[in-house]
Design a protein. Structure first.
Length: 360
């Protein structure tokens, strides 16, 4: 019988995340203060995020970051995740290619998002925070954050894109099951939400509106920190556990990828699988192709501009250097989830600009 699944033992799960910033020939440009246009420090970012994630965000020196023991222990609840040889797909396509996929759905939350929700909530708890808040589109990040917050005894408030909340009500039910409060965004509970509704009473919501509301709540509530499910450097860092496992699993299969492909919204999923393999392209000259597959309805990598832009609609976030369709981008009502985010992560934007990967 042909082996279809390659699974690591718990003792083989990576104990460090890989920080590609340390190995990039051209480092990502820094996030800027939107008022002064000066580079932000970790202390500046810690007014919004927890201190440790703020340090990780700007760390361009250390290629390897230790995974906290408590987070690693919780990773073992569901990791490693299987690397699967897609024999049936190969046959259906009639292709000589060997196709493998990394299945991140084999955890209670159903997606890769929990890989970053756990450390973000762990750091908040360690630093004495009592509350976390965030945005979510389709609801996978919101569910993961709600679960992680519950594990660490934190109160969670989630702003979910309003149109998606209406389309997928069971996702907000999952968040509430873990004890989170959930608001459809834009809402009347924040100044940002009220302003957006005043301008457009029928606004369906976007990740940009939901981020604005969550950031406002975090910066106006004592003991509350904002957490993010994609785009930022520290989120992609936490997701590299995916690619680091895949690297070992490909070795078990006796293979090394010619092409690495992943869907692309803000970049955490794509960066998580791609960055560990990308380090061999940067350092060892491996000739692997990296393809970010984005939806035609939100083509920031293929038709966006590389420029400084806000990560949210109200302009609360730092200015980020990224490929963007503009922070006021409003997705079509048919779907406004994570793959319809207006901007791309800073690391991925720089790597695409430098020709190491490309979007389709």
């Amino acid at each position: 019988m042909k082996q279809k699944k390659f699974i690591l033992q718990e003792s083989e799960i990576p104990t460090q995340w890989y920080n590609i910033q340390a190995d990039m020939p051209n480092k990502p440009l820094p996030p800027l203060n939107p008022k002064t246009h000066q580079p932000l420090s970790a202390d500046d970012l810690s007014h919004i995020f927890n201190k440790e994630c703020s340090k990780q965000e700007l760390d361009q020196e250390h290629a390897w970051i230790d995974i906290p023991e408590d987070v690693l222990e919780k990773y073992t609840f569901y990791r490693s995740t299987p690397l699967v040889r897609a024999y049936a797909l190969e046959e259906a396509l009639g292709t000589p290619a060997h196709i493998y996929f990394k299945n991140e759905s084999t955890n209670p939350l159903g997606s890769h998002k929990i890989n970053s929700a756990l450390p973000q909530c762990y750091y908040c708890k360690q630093e004495g925070d009592t509350n976390v808040t965030t945005e979510t589109g389709a609801g996978q990040w919101g569910a993961a954050l709600s679960y992680a917050a519950k594990l660490y005894g934190l109160e969670a408030a989630v702003y979910q894109v309003k149109i998606t909340m209406q389309q997928k009500p069971y996702r907000s039910s999952i968040m509430r099951t873990f004890g989170a409060t959930v608001e459809g965004s834009p809402s009347m509970s924040t100044r940002a939400g009220k302003n957006i509704i005043t301008r457009d009473p029928h606004h369906p919501g976007s990740l940009g509106t939901a981020i604005s509301e969550a950031v406002e709540l975090a910066t106006t509530t004592p003991g509350c920190k904002y957490t993010l499910g994609s785009v930022l450097n520290h989120v992609a860092l936490h997701q590299t556990v995916i690619g680091l496992e895949a690297e070992k699993q490909m070795a078990m299969a006796g293979e090394y990828p010619d092409t690495v492909i992943a869907c692309f919204g803000g970049g955490s999923n794509f960066g998580g699988i791609a960055f560990p393999f990308m380090r061999h392209k940067i350092k060892d000259g491996k000739n692997t192709e990296f393809i970010a597959a984005e939806p035609e309805s939100c083509p920031k990598l293929t038709r966006g501009k590389f420029e400084y832009d806000f990560g949210d609609e109200a302009g609360y976030t730092p200015l980020l250097p990224m490929y963007t369709l503009g922070h006021d981008f409003k997705p079509a009502n048919i779907h406004a989830g994570g793959l319809r985010y207006h901007g791309a992560g800073m690391i991925i934007s720089q790597l695409i600009k430098d020709g190491y990967m490309h979007g389709v």
